[in-house]
Design a protein around this ligand. Structure first.
Ligand code: MOS
Length: 732
């Protein structure tokens, strides 16, 4: 099904099942331990062996010798895979550094060897006996140093320019020029990367934990030099991905190589201390923002440049994305600068681009509002735009940012905020409020599905879509139920298997809208098949209460499959509407913090997100997405930072003890409001992405609240107490 004109009325508009806050259908599987994660496939492959990965002990250079004899002689060892014996490996499209390194070492903890043994303990013990000698070369390991050293700049897109930024900025009566820092961050998902690989002749099956099955299958086939149809990936449950599992990692490739070498299925999980440096991370940024405005607070110049680092051939953190679209302003500059840095590969994490970009832009907006003596909510409203500022012919499909801000301000009690900072005390706490706009683009992706109807009227959905803890099972089931006029318990949803039709997968908050639209397409086909089978007119037949009706005729749904299951497969393909309309999602984030006047410790007291993100397919799963994202925003604001050893080139705090994500005690009551929307431009579902929107802007709202509480403006995340202590008021 092509989607190239705005959606008209369709069966989803009934909203009998879609739009209801239904419990997750995979909930009981998970809470009873029956949902199997990648390391828990105990019966699909006979007597698996266990793998343990050895990571590089240097950041850059070459392996000069590998001493493997002691490890080979260690009890239970079946095979040791290294670049020397792995055969020719190619690089998948989506990996920057090879997933098995050697003799060249591209980054610290790059996998150099896999030890396969009868048990996990034997593999780990033998891995300890592997001795690797290196010839290290000098590297540059942090962005500031790379900037100072003039490390090579890699090609990025040319600067995006509108009007004459420099002139307008020079002429503006009120200006701001500020630089912000965001640190390297780690996905820190709960489930580690893990895979079980089994060969049947030249046919490879990998049970793994992956967000994007079709990408993973293709990249694994490419890496191993296999035809794609020889590779099957299975990943029905994923214990968090956050972008770290968008692409296959070393566990997938090494499990396959280990299984080939040991002639046994091989299971392996990346040990937690390996993950931060072996896999990807969100790269640090330095962001310079220049704003120029009239005295009345109309932005006339908006400049945002962002520097980030990556391995040679990597991509920049696209932190200026939102700045091209969020506010009006006739003269604009947005540019990305990418330095070569020899840290592990940087890649997508938790709303890449907008999340770190808004961490800077939305502090800058707060600073500018203060210069203009304008309320920060009012300043944002004053600079709203309903069209793409670089192409005014191109409207937003729907944009209710102003409504989010107004509704949020009223609900949050924004009028009680003191415009002057450091005015409110509650015992030892300095209390302040902050606001930020939230923005994330709505991406749409081709997505396929297959639906089956049996003679009992039961419906089965099959697609390689993943559920990374988001609620995909439930909303895909709701979509099929709505389309075929049955209740959710009449639908079985099967996901995460590359033998099913390729879907949009889970990434960039495109999953829910795109994948349900794929199920919509397949169900549309199935409805036609059902009508045909019953001799009804497909255009006028209606599906409700387990029955199909056409005029005064009616039949039980299952009757259409009385002499055999009916199967329909289709995909949704998006075209051209993206060119005519800018599709984005919007939020207003409000935060109240307390800062301990003596210690500088910050505590979140209240949070509110008001979101405008199209039709909400399931308010319960959507809310869970948003509160999880808001929690990530707390982490990014207050604690999350990969500490870089700038001499040796690795992330030091590479476990969950040293890399601090928020825990329950850090998270207050969170309120989430969804504005009533349905966006006919986005898909037949009229939905949009919402998961990542919940994060975008949150950290800046925290930073702005801390400023309001203390009067200390911190432009470098995370906002730890050492950055506040010097500026806190005297307490004596
Ligand atoms: Mo998301 S960082 O695109 O999984």
């Amino acid at each position: 099904m092509k989607f190239d004109t705005p959606a008209g009325t369709n069966p989803i508009d009934q909203m009998k099942v879609v739009g209801k806050p239904l419990d997750r259908i995979d909930g009981p599987q998970k809470t009873t331990g029956h949902a199997r994660y990648a390391y828990e496939w105990h019966d699909v492959a006979a007597s698996p062996a266990y793998g343990y990965v050895v990571g590089a002990g240097i950041a850059k250079g070459r392996v000069t010798a590998m001493e493997l004899d002691a490890a080979r002689a260690s009890p239970g060892v079946l095979a040791i895979v290294t670049a020397d014996n792995a055969g020719t490996l190619h690089k998948g499209d989506r990996n920057t550094a090879p997933l098995l390194g050697g003799p060249k070492v591209d980054h610290y903890h790059q996998a150099l060897a896999l030890v396969v043994a009868e048990t996990f303990e034997q593999a780990r013990a033998a891995a300890d006996l592997v001795r690797i000698r290196y010839a290290p070369t000098k590297g540059v390991f942090d962005l500031d140093a790379a900037k100072k050293a003039g490390n090579p700049l890699q090609d990025t897109d040319p600067d995006a320019r509108v009007g004459n930024f420099e002139k307008a900025y020079g002429d503006a009566p009120v200006t701001l020029d500020a630089t912000y820092h965001t640190p390297d961050q780690s996905h820190a998902m709960m489930e580690p990367h893990a895979s079980l690989a089994a060969w049947d002749g030249d046919q490879l099956t990998v049970w793994t934990s992956n967000q994007m099955i079709a990408w993973g299958k293709k990249d694994l086939a490419t890496t191993l030099g296999l035809p794609e149809d020889k590779v099957r990936l299975v990943s029905p449950y994923i214990g968090g991905g956050f972008g770290g599992k968008l692409f296959i990692r070393s566990d997938v490739v090494l499990a396959a190589l280990g299984a080939r070498a040991a002639k046994r299925p091989v299971k392996l999980a990346l040990q937690r201390p390996l993950i931060a440096n072996n896999t990807t991370h969100r790269p640090a940024t330095v962001q310079r923002i220049r704003l120029g405005a009239t005295a009345e607070g109309t932005l006339t110049a908006i400049g945002h440049e962002s520097w980030s680092g990556n391995l040679s051939g990597g991509s920049p953190e696209e932190a200026v994305q939102q700045t091209k679209l969020l506010y009006a302003g006739a003269n604009r500059l947005a540019g990305l600068r990418l330095h070569t840095v020899d840290l592990p590969e940087g890649n997508a994490m938790r709303a890449p681009g907008e999340a770190p970009g808004l961490m800077a832009l939305e502090i800058a907006m707060d600073e500018m509002a203060e210069k203009l003596k304008l309320d920060p909510v009012e300043f944002r409203i004053r600079n709203d735009t309903q069209v793409d500022p670089s192409n005014p012919e191109r409207p937003f499909s729907q944009r209710q940012l102003v409504q989010c801000l107004q509704d949020g301000a009223q609900r949050f009690g924004w009028d009680k905020r003191s415009a002057v900072p450091a005015q409110r005390r509650d015992g030892r706490w300095l209390v302040g409020m902050g606001v930020a706009a939230g923005f994330r683009n709505n991406l749409v992706m081709k997505s396929g599905a297959r639906v089956r109807l049996d003679s009992k009227g039961h419906v089965t959905v099959e697609t390689d879509m993943t559920d990374i803890g988001t609620g995909s099972y439930t909303i895909l089931g709701q979509t099929a139920a709505e389309m075929l006029g049955v209740t959710l318990d009449q639908v079985t949803v099967k996901l995460g298997d590359s033998s099913f039709p390729a879907s949009a997968g889970s990434g960039g908050q495109w999953g829910a809208n795109s994948a349900t639209a794929g199920v919509f397409a397949a169900c549309t086909k199935l409805r036609a098949a059902i009508a045909g089978k019953l001799g009804y007119d497909a255009d006028t037949a209606t599906f409700a209460d387990g029955k199909v009706r056409d005029g005064n005729r009616s039949a039980a749904l299952g009757k259409a499959a009385a002499d055999g299951e009916l199967v329909a497969e289709d995909s949704i393909e998006f075209a051209t509407l993206e060119e005519k309309y800018q599709q984005s999602t919007f939020a207003a984030h409000f935060v109240e913090v307390g800062v301990d006047v003596a210690t500088g410790e910050s505590r979140i007291r209240r949070m509110l997100a008001v979101c405008a993100a199209g039709r909400i397919l399931n308010p319960k799963t959507a809310r869970s997405q948003v509160i999880g994202a808001m929690t990530m925003g707390i982490g990014a604001a207050l604690s999350e930072e990969l500490a870089v050893d700038t001499r040796l080139g690795f992330f030091v705090n590479h476990d969950l003890a040293g890399y601090e994500v928020p825990v329950h005690a850090d998270v207050p009551h969170q309120e989430v409001v969804f504005l009533d929307e349905a966006d006919a431009i986005s898909s037949p579902m009229k939905a949009k992405g919402v998961g990542e929107l919940g994060l975008c802007g949150v950290s800046a709202a925290v930073a702005n609240a801390i400023y309001n509480a203390t009067g200390v403006r911190v432009r470098s995340y995370p906002i730890t107490l050492d950055k506040l202590l010097g500026g806190l008021p005297d307490i004596a």
